[in-house]
Design a protein around this ligand. Structure first.
Ligand code: AMP
Ligand code: TRP
Length: 332
């Protein structure tokens, strides 16, 4: 049985990278797999979140998933904190994973920055919680953007060590699904940095809630070089910003980078950016309209999460019970 689990943090500014790197793939996978999509609020609080903002962002991200086309009847959409088994299994994994494994996590190093002592313990242990999310449902496949690859490897290490330590064949080793032309969408202002929710500069990212004018403006102001577009992808080497814009075009139009270059080779960026802006607005605006409609109907979004949490809890409970038996917790 193939089962998918994936998650997105409700930390504001759902952006084009989230959509192209993850959410759009989820929409396409929902027909072939049993899927759980989780708004990971427990992950969000590894960094400070204003309570009202966290609630609003949880609804906004959920609306984004629904608006992108994820069917809440066919799939389970829920927020992590409402299924306490995630926290319980995460604790167990805190005792399975080794310090040395977590010390290698590049995302922790990036997010903690220079002052590691001031980072929350949760930020450090975060990959164990992510492993718990996935393994709690014994998911076999995890569709994510490129930046989550290392966390998926850790998840497999945890599953393997648990199975070995207790001499069981309990957890599957989940496979990452990283595909599409935009597995790593970069900042519009700096082709060496990934597009991220937390970038200080609004011009660095296209938010799923941006107006058509804002999208066009951000693309117009995106950093590029002065060369025209090359004939093929080899000509994009060493041109990170150009490669990023062409990649976004390819992903939005569901073709390849080379096909885009065949069409635009020799053009300057002014013309290409105009085309890209038109394409982005055309592709995103139906999703944005639906997101706005859903956000105006908070009760519906809340009901999706309530129903999803209930269904997720039912799936999680027997797995957690089995884990407790394997470990030797007395369930009297
Ligand atoms: P996050 O915003 O960190 O919760 O990420 C949610 C999903 O979007 C994960 O699968 C990430 O790998 C993916 N993602 C985040 N940023 C990007 C990006 N710049 N390019 C591609 N995928 C991304
Ligand atoms: N760590 C992921 C991110 O920041 C979000 C996430 C949490 C996740 N749990 C997950 C993704 C489980 C896939 C599977 O993007």
């Amino acid at each position: 049985m193939n089962r998918i689990f994936s998650g997105v943090q409700p930390t504001g500014n759902l952006h084009l990278g989230n959509y192209l790197g993850a959410i759009r793939n989820w929409v396409n996978l929902q027909n072939d797999y049993e899927c759980l999509f989780c708004v990971v609020d427990l992950h969000a609080i590894t960094m400070w979140q204003e309570p009202d903002q966290l609630r609003a962002n949880t609804r906004e991200v959920t609306a984004g998933l629904l608006a992108a086309g994820i069917d809440p009847k066919k799939n389970i959409i829920f927020n992590q904190s409402q299924v306490s088994a995630h926290s319980e299994l995460a604790w167990i994994f805190n005792c399975v994973a080794r310090m040395g494994w977590l010390n290698r996590m590049t995302q922790f190093k990036e997010k903690a920055g220079k002052h590691k002592e001031n980072a929350s313990v949760g930020l450090y242990a975060y990959p164990n919680l992510m492993a718990a999310d996935i393994l709690l449902y014994r998911a076999t496949h995890v569709p994510v953007g490129e930046d989550q690859k290392q966390h998926l490897e850790l998840t497999r290490d945890i599953a393997q060590k648990f199975n070995n330590d207790f001499k069981v064949d309990f957890f599957p080793l989940p496979e990452p699904l990283i595909f599409g032309e935009a597995t790593r969408v970069m900042s519009l202002k700096d082709g060496t940095k990934k597009m991220s929710k937390s970038d200080q500069s609004e011009l660095s990212r296209i938010n799923m809630t941006d107006s058509a004018d804002d999208i066009a403006k951000k693309i117009r102001k995106a950093k590029t070089d002065t060369e025209p577009l090359p004939e093929n992808s080899k000509g994009l080497e060493g041109r990170a910003e150009a490669a990023n814009l062409v990649g976004i075009y390819a992903a939005l139009s569901e073709t390849t980078t080379d096909a885009v270059l065949t069409q635009f080779s020799g053009d300057g960026f002014a013309a290409f950016k105009q085309n890209l802006a038109d394409l982005a607005v055309a592709k995103l605006s139906p999703i944005q309209d639906e997101m706005r409609r859903l956000m105006a109907d908070g009760a519906y979004v809340d009901e999706v999460l309530r129903d999803g949490s209930e269904r997720a809890r039912k799936m999680a409970e027997p797995v957690l019970n089995e884990v407790q038996d394997i470990i030797g917790f007395l369930r009297a």
